[in-house]
Design a protein around this ligand. Structure first.
Ligand code: MD3
Ligand code: FE
Length: 211
């Protein structure tokens, strides 16, 4: 037993779910620089939900396919509906990080074809949901947190199950696969603060095998 536990430790949250503490921290500046180029080509927007509401999370995508929500439903689409052009290519540095993280969590050979970029400002939240629009549910999802910390809601396989709360900080990577792939999850309203690299923002990148 250690007296001072390393906060940047890997943690098996559940079978198939692994927190790789600060796995992406050394790459943070490069990731944020690449993110800036993606957002310049495919700006962050607040998508409509099928119910007619607007998402409080700002979103964009890179890669061969991007997650899209509109009045007709949720889907992956090769083009940005705002511009009609293909989403920006996934930077090799993004794909490499996702592949390395998945391998570290026991999912060798993960090659993402979609990266959803979520942007949170103060009070932005993401209600409990499952990610079920991907064609290959056998592949994991890799999530990378950058900027302000957030409280992750981690539920069960049924929506009614009360979620656990897990704090995610800058550089944390979480890999969700196998029996954890269909767990309900969300993000509590973001608390206003100032981060050295992102100011008032939190970004989350989720790497997926969608096509
Ligand atoms: C567990 N994003 O984009 S990341 C999402 O921080 C999403 O922006 C949150 O939920 C965010 O869909 C949470 C952690 C995460 C992502 C995908 C999962 C956990 C997951 C898919 C299945 C199970
Ligand atoms: Fe999700």
């Amino acid at each position: 037993m250690t007296l001072f536990e390393d906060p940047a430790q890997d943690l098996a949250l559940a079978p198939g779910a692994m927190l790789l503490g600060r796995f992406a921290e050394t790459a943070d500046s490069a990731l944020l620089a690449a993110l800036g180029r993606i957002i310049a080509a495919a700006p962050i927007r607040h998508m409509m939900t099928p119910n007619g509401g607007q998402m409080s999370v700002g979103m964009t995508n890179c890669g061969a396919a991007g997650w899209v929500s509109d009045r007709t439903g949720y889907r992956y689409d090769g083009r940005d509906p705002e511009t009609g052009r293909p989403w920006p290519a996934m930077p090799q540095s993004f794909a490499d990080l996702a592949t390395r993280a998945a391998a570290a969590a026991g999912f060798a050979g993960f090659v993402p074809d979609a990266c959803l970029i979520n942007r949170y400002t103060a009070a932005t939240r993401l209600s409990l949901h499952q990610d079920r629009n991907e064609r290959d549910l056998g592949a994991p999802i890799v999530s990378v947190s950058l900027g302000l910390p957030a409280v992750f809601l981690w539920g069960g396989l049924r929506r009614a199950q009360r979620p656990r709360r897990v704090r995610l900080v800058h550089g944390d990577v979480v890999v969700w696969g196998g029996p954890a792939r269909m767990t309900f999850h969300g993000i509590d309203p973001l608390r206003a603060a100032d981060h050295a690299l992102t100011g008032p923002l939190r970004y989350n990148l989720t790497f997926r095998r969608a096509l």
